[in-house]
Design a protein. Structure first.
Lengths: 339, 135
């Protein structure tokens, strides 16, 4: 009897010993690294997080190898080099999606604007203001709808003067892929920030929502406010992200495909919130369409996304769904609910 | 009651020493349950900026090194996070003042590398509520 009791006690101690060396559900693993020309952070929680994060980091490298215009062996670089190129199914599919979005946004999101972005020096950080002549020469060849796709052969054909760049959608696509990897690894709580593109998986380990701040695109407080959510991508575009000054003028990277010049309108930033990271990323380029057209698009797609528009005159327009989840933090701004 | 316990104990032939061992084992097991809780949780962050522009934010609760790259993409500073403290592990600057600075862990403490324009500052994630920034 005594031996039995002592044995029982020893077993109990061993069991607890095992428990205390098990990783808790709220154990955080995080990594910061550089890829796609920007700083990235991947954070995940729980027993499977560490492995899942490593797989995710490898995936980022893999995707960059497929899509980067700077890597000569990437499918996209080959398209730009050869003008007639067979690509992987994955690249083909994102090209298809991109062309679809070009049509849907009336050209606001345009992967074929790349030669003009290059002309402004945004791809090499050697900024310059291209002449109107150069822009006039390039503009006719910047329509994504002119990209010829053959679904049977996965072949892509573009005009001699065309080039494509998927920088406006690939980070959103990547964050989506990371979410899939996490799910496959039984990670239920995670947050990634890929150069400012945020995507969240599940809720925080304690069951509360993620609070994602929106950067203030104008001077003043760091954020205009934050959104509380789960399982969504939150992606923002604004002139403040990439711009240069020349002769007293500020030129930014969000090119209006109708003029070949930085879009000029009342918008300071556009944020799209959706489960589809790639679409959210691409649709922030509605910035170039201006507030009214951007609102019209979002209104027509209100089941798939929510939006936050910040204007230069310090107004914040949010879609109705966000009314309860958006917390205004800056006193300088007034809030308006759209549709 | 006491006699009942005494009788039961004598039945299973439990001596005083045995009881001491049992209690000690029980205490250790219970303590073991609480040990993981003593690790640093989430909360304190180190914010890194170059030339006044926000570069990255890392948690103080996970031991790690963070490489900071300048405009030319080469590493100019490396930060080490260990046991909830941050310090400048190495820097390309000539005076190495930042490397000699003692580690920081309290909110608003900073280490500055003036030549490289790198600032690391401890914050409680800027705003305690914010998990990430969309920008």
């Amino acid at each position: 009897m005594k031996n039995f009791l002592i044995s029982l006690l020893i077993i109990l101690v061993l069991c607890v010993g095992c428990t205390s060396s098990t990783i808790r559900d709220d154990e955080m693993y995080t990594t910061d690294f550089f890829a796609m020309d920007t700083a990235m952070n991947i954070t995940a929680y729980g027993a499977h997080a560490e492995d899942a994060i490593q797989v995710a980091v490898n995936e980022v490298t893999r995707i960059e190898g497929l899509f980067s215009t700077n890597i000569a062996t990437s499918d996209i670089a080959k398209i730009n080099q050869n003008k007639n190129q067979t690509v992987s199914e994955e690249v083909f599919h994102l090209l298809e999606t991109s062309i679809q979005l070009y049509e849907e946004t009336d050209g606001a999101f345009d992967i074929a604007i790349f030669p003009i972005v290059k002309a402004w020096g945004f791809t090499t950080e050697t900024h310059q203001v291209p002449s109107d002549e150069i822009l006039a020469e390039l503009l006719p060849y910047t329509k994504a709808s002119d990209i010829a796709l053959d679904k049977e052969t996965l072949n892509v054909v573009i005009d001699e003067k065309m080039e494509v760049g998927l920088g406006g959608i690939v980070k959103g696509y990547t964050s989506e892929r990371i979410m899939e990897i996490f799910k496959a690894h039984n990670v239920t709580s995670a947050l990634v920030n890929l150069g400012g593109n945020v995507q969240a998986l599940g809720k925080k380990p304690d069951g509360s929502l993620w609070n994602i701040a929106i950067k203030n695109p104008l001077d003043g407080s760091p954020y205009i406010g934050f959104v509380s959510l789960h399982d969504k991508a939150v992606i923002t575009s604004g002139p403040y992200e990439r711009n240069f000054e020349e002769n007293g003028e500020i030129y930014h990277h969000l090119i209006d495909p109708t003029t070949g010049k930085p879009a000029e309108n009342n918008l300071a930033s556009v944020t799209i919130i959706a489960t589809d990271g790639a679409r959210a990323d691409a649709l922030t380029k509605l910035f170039v369409a201006g507030l009214d057209d951007a609102i019209t698009y979002c209104n027509n797609h209100k089941d798939e996304l929510d939006a936050i528009f910040v204007t230069k005159d310090k107004k914040i327009y949010i879609t109705k769904n966000l009314e309860d989840s958006f917390t205004l933090q800056s006193e300088d701004y007034s809030l308006e609910i759209i549709y | 009651m006491r006699s009942y316990i005494k009788n039961t104990l004598s039945l299973i032939n439990l001596k005083k020493g045995d009881i001491t061992i049992c209690i000690a084992l029980l205490l250790f097991s219970i303590l073991g349950l609480f040990l993981p809780a003593f690790h640093a949780g989430n909360g304190a962050m180190v914010v890194v900026s170059i030339n006044g522009i926000s570069y990255t934010e890392v948690s103080l609760s996970k031991d790690q090194t963070v490489e900071i790259k300048g405009n030319d993409d080469s590493i100019c500073n490396i930060i080490a996070i260990q046991d909830g403290q941050a310090r400048m592990l190495s820097a390309t600057c000539l005076n190495q003042v930042c490397v000699r600075q003692s580690s920081i862990s309290a909110t608003n403490e900073t280490i500055i590398c003036l030549p490289n324009k790198v600032i690391i500052e401890v914050t409680s994630s800027i705003d305690n509520q914010i998990d990430s920034v969309s920008e």
